[in-house]
Write a protein that binds this ligand. Structure first.
Ligand code: SF4
Length: 334
């Protein structure tokens, strides 16, 4: 496509190959760059990006980028991706991908039509499309939660899914998110992760604080009956089904347990296999690339895992809601 974005435009879309080329021309050695004052500024801005992603900040127009050269601003995008890759927590990776996609979408909404067309084209979408081949559509939408994106809810004509006004913008945003998420985590050399450790440490602390604020301290006595039953089964040496292992691991991970703490729960089994457990726990809690959310009560029921229901179960539709509810009840009693 015959359009050249200037440096100021490129900072809005740092994931474009043109943006990356611009930053690469400026940064020859990453080690040296991180030690330079532009490198320090880029790292600070990279931290801002990750923190904004973590805290769901949406003030994209107010970013403190005025003093940064475009090359440095774009480098900060690359460093932000390194920060989350060094931390290697899938939820953080997903949040950064979502944040960057929303940021790009914010700028795209106000940009010239030819720039919109170019950016959309760069991610494989035609802004003028009023319909999309079914196969392409199905590839694009699996992570869009709204029911209207489900194929059964769409109007299909001659092998094409009709698109409503404005939906193409949502699909561009989703495509940008998916591209960024698929590229992460990057393989960052250990030496660079060490160098970034003071900043990754701050980010991890912020993330832990968020989990703590959301779920508070871990209280086993507030676990829903289904999760307690799974723990009892482990302790008794019963082999859990895949879904059972998945349910308990994703639940414990979501309420803030780290991989070692979850492995300790599995270590209660008489035939505990540390290597296999660590592999499974790391995979389910996101190190394998996708972070999984715990199953709802309906899914637990389908898999025969909704056991020992009690009165509080009537008030919830998710084991996580049960946990929150029970913790609140206990808090009020104390
Ligand atoms: S109703 Fe939900 S929270 Fe209660 S035991 Fe069943 S799955 Fe667990």
């Amino acid at each position: 496509m015959g359009i050249v974005l200037d440096r100021k435009e490129l900072i809005k879309y740092p994931f474009l190959k043109e943006s990356q080329q611009l930053a690469r021309r400026h940064v020859e050695s990453l080690e040296e760059f991180l030690g330079s004052s532009p490198g320090v500024a880029a790292l600070e801005r990279a931290k801002e990006r990750v923190v904004a992603a973590l805290t769901f900040k949406k003030e994209f127009g107010d970013e403190n980028t005025q003093n940064l050269k475009p090359e440095i601003e774009i480098a900060s995008y690359a460093i932000a991706r390194m920060l989350v890759s060094c931390i290697n927590d899938r939820s953080l990776v997903d949040r950064l991908a979502r944040y960057e996609a929303e940021r790009a979408s914010f700028f795209l909404a106000a940009d010239e039509p030819e720039i919109r067309r170019f950016v959309a084209w760069s991610v494989g979408i035609d802004t003028g499309a009023v319909a999309m081949p079914v196969i392409r559509y199905v590839e694009l939408v699996p992570h869009l939660r709204d029911r209207r994106w489900r194929l059964v809810n769409r109007e299909i004509r001659q092998g094409g899914v009709n698109l409503e006004a404005g939906e193409i913008d949502e699909l561009i945003r989703e495509r940008i998110r998916a591209i960024i998420a698929d590229q992460l985590p990057l393989r960052v050399p250990a030496g660079i992760c060490e160098r970034l450790a003071p900043v990754t440490g701050e980010i991890v602390a912020l993330r832990q604080q968020q989990v703590l604020e959301q779920f508070g301290e871990i209280k086993e006595e507030a676990f829903p009956p289904c999760i307690s039953a799974l723990i009892q089964a482990i302790t008794a040496g019963t082999n859990l089904t895949h879904m059972g292992r998945f349910a308990i691991t994703s639940f414990l991970h979501t309420i803030g347990m780290n991989v070692a703490q979850i492995a300790e729960v599995f270590a209660r089994a008489p035939d505990f296999d540390p290597d296999m457990t660590m592999y499974q726990v790391e995979h389910i809690s996101g190190r394998g690339g996708t972070e999984y959310t715990p199953p709802s009560c309906a899914t637990m029921r389908t898999f025969g895992l909704c056991t020992n229901r009690d009165r509080d179960c009537e008030r919830v539709s998710h084991p996580l809601s049960y946990y929150r509810l029970k913790k609140n009840i206990k808090k009020k009693r104390n």
